[in-house]
Ligand binder design. Structure first.
Ligand SMILES: Nc1ncnc2c1ncn2[C@@H]1O[C@H](COP(=O)(O)OP(=O)(O)OP(=O)(O)O)[C@@H](O)[C@H]1O
Ligand SMILES: [Mg+2]
Length: 569
């Protein structure tokens, strides 16, 4: 037999006589390595280390405890079925026959070789068993490759699943964001539509109040000292004033009010309001103000802001009938692009008004800002408080946010843009309220009722009034030679607006003072010329004040020189 070197390892267990030695020699001659074991437990130890087959003389196993060997056989991995070559004796008794059958069952891959045997028989049997074992190793390698491939596949699938899941999560987040944005947009559109509707009504109503207040103002001067009449008149005036406040709130909501925005120290404003707020919310509610003195000034109409804070405080009071805490906080915030408040990037002051009252459920919260939405019952709430606050914030270049949890409380936040200049410290110039002499005023208003009532107010102040009911008519009157000291014009007029008229007049005479009366004009940032404005509805006193501002030197001018026929130059 050729002695080609094989790495195969043959374990030999043949403890009687010189069998082991002889077997080892033959195995080596067949080109295989061998190791001789002394007993069954030694064999099992060697099997655990490394073995390709076992060559065993049957007497080494006869009447021995074979359970551990059987256990080893059972515990082999699926690819392994170690070959056993068992050398038998010539004994064919029943006992031996049973013993050998038992061996087949326990060792599984068994071949018997009867002694005495020729060397070639043993070598052939060992080599055949070794070849069988090689096939098992091939199967193991194949299985290994398959297992690796399966593991790789599993890894790939896991990676793919993870990236799919990530994409899915991203999609879900995006679609949630889109849904939120859509809801916000729908809400904004709804409020915008309502705003247009409400704005139109408020504008007309405001004009009517203008006439009511104007005429009542004049009537007040003519009723003499009768206290009963005075009371009745005061009642009527009070009602009209309340109506005016209402239309102001409506116009604020639709962002069409005249805002007198200026750099405002909000901390000082809130401090000044503290007493008023405490009185408004009552003794059961503790009012806290948290603000840093370093809070910058914001650009806002301070009167409107006071109104907004008061509205929020009153809402908080209504939500805490049994008392609670109201916290007004101010802080400085920087907003980056793309935030959820849709604010332009920049610096803002956040004014928050928080209560620990009954809060709102999500349905109420969703509608709270809508004009006329109120849960306070007929006659108790107009449902315009939050609309006004919302409108003010938007019109001031800021935002309004409302958060609320049922039974936990509500937080209202006003985000207001930081002013680009400091608060004006120059004291307001004292302006005389009344004029000592009369002026000629060209009054332009398309609404005859208002024109008449304003004319009456002006005449009552001692002025001479020429009325026109459109821009065109006003121009025609000027063409005819009227040389007024002042033009008072309504803004919203069909055909030619008050602003159009003012622009034309400026070209004719840059010096001619023009007063724009408006309850409607959303002229912020779009007006090509700066015009003094008077918000409707105005009282006679406000009218007189504006005229005094525009005609400060009227007191020295002669009366009666106003109407000069002929063309102006
Ligand atoms: N702080 C708050 N806590 C609980 N609910 C509130 C709060 N603020 C507002 N709401 C709810 O939002 C609704 C609308 O508020 P809004 O201020 O616009 O109107 P109103 O308070 O009902 O009426 P008005 O302001 O004219 O008195 C309220 O009726 C109330 O249901
Ligand atoms: Mg309210």
């Amino acid at each position: 037999m050729a002695a080609d070197v094989r790495s195969a390892n043959v374990l030999i267990l043949a403890p009687v006589g010189r069998d082991a030695e002889a077997c080892a020699k033959l195995v080596e001659q067949a080109g295989l390595a061998s190791r001789v074991c002394v007993d069954v437990s030694d064999l099992i130890t060697e099997l655990d280390l490394d073995a390709d087959l076992a060559l065993i003389a049957e007497e080494a196993l006869y009447r021995k405890a074979l359970d551990p060997l059987e256990a080893w056989v059972i515990a082999q991995p699926p690819w392994s079925d170690l070959p056993f070559v068992v050398l038998t004796n010539h004994n064919a008794s029943m006992r031996f026959t049973r013993f050998r059958r038992d061996l087949v069952r326990k060792l599984r891959n068994v071949s018997f070789l009867e002694r005495p045997m020729q060397a070639i028989s043993l070598q052939a049997a060992v080599l055949t068993a070794e070849r069988g074992r090689s096939r098992q190793y091939q199967a193991r390698a194949y299985l290994e490759v398959q297992r690796n491939a399966a593991a790789e596949l599993e890894r790939l699938v896991a990676r793919r699943t993870a990236s799919l899941e990530e994409a899915n999560n991203r999609l879900r987040t995006e679609s949630e964001q889109r849904e939120r944005a859509q809801t916000a947009l729908m809400q904004a559109q709804k409020i915008e539509t309502m705003g247009q509707l409400v704005g139109g009504v408020a504008h007309d109503f405001n004009n009517l109040l203008m006439a009511v207040i104007g005429n009542l103002d004049l009537l007040a001067k003519r009723i003499g000292d009768d206290p009963r009449k005075a009371r009745l008149l005061e009642g009527a005036l009070e009602g009209a004033r309340r109506g005016a406040t209402l239309t102001q709130r409506l116009l604020a909501f639709v962002r069409r009010q005249e805002l007198q925005a200026r750099p405002t120290d909000v901390v000082a404003l809130i401090e000044d309001m503290r007493g008023l707020i405490s009185r408004s919310v009552g003794p059961l509610i503790e009012v806290n103000v948290i603000a840093s003195r370093a809070t910058p000034a914001v650009n806002i109409d301070p009167n409107q802001l006071e109104m907004a804070v008061l509205n929020l405080a009153v809402n908080a009071r209504d939500a805490m009938p049994a008392g609670g805490a109201l916290t007004i906080a101010l802080d400085h915030q920087l907003v980056a692009a793309g935030g959820d408040l849709a604010l332009a990037p920049g610096a803002y002051v956040r004014l928050s008004v928080q209560d620990n009252g009954e809060g709102m459920d999500s349905a109420t919260l969703a509608r709270a800002v809508e004009p006329f939405f109120s849960t306070k019952g007929t006659g108790r709430g107009t449902g315009l408080g939050l609309s006004m606050v919302h409108g003010l914030a938007n019109q001031s270049g800021g935002a309004f946010r409302l958060e609320s949890r049922l039974d936990l409380g509500t937080k209202a936040e006003l985000w207001l843009p930081v002013a680009d200049r400091a608060v004006d410290t120059i004291a307001q110039l004292h302006i005389p309220h009344t004029l000592t002499s009369s002026a000629t005023i060209l009054l332009v208003d398309d609404d005859a009722l208002i024109a008449a009532s304003t004319a009456a107010l002006l005449e009552d102040l001692g002025h001479r009034v020429v009325e026109a009911h459109s821009g065109k008519e006003a121009l025609a009157i000027l063409e005819e030679g009227l040389n007024p000291d002042l033009v008072v014009t309504d803004y919203a007029m069909p055909g030619m607006t008050g602003l159009d008229l003012a622009l034309t007049l400026r070209v004719r005479d840059p010096e001619l003072p023009i007063l724009l009366a408006t309850g409607y004009a959303d002229l912020h940032g779009e007006s090509p010329i700066e015009l003094p404005r008077l918000a409707k509805p105005y009282t006679q006193e406000q009218l007189s004040l504006e005229i005094a501002r525009l005609l400060p030197d009227r007191a020295t001018r002669a009366l009666g020189a106003a109407f000069r026929p002929g063309l102006r130059t």
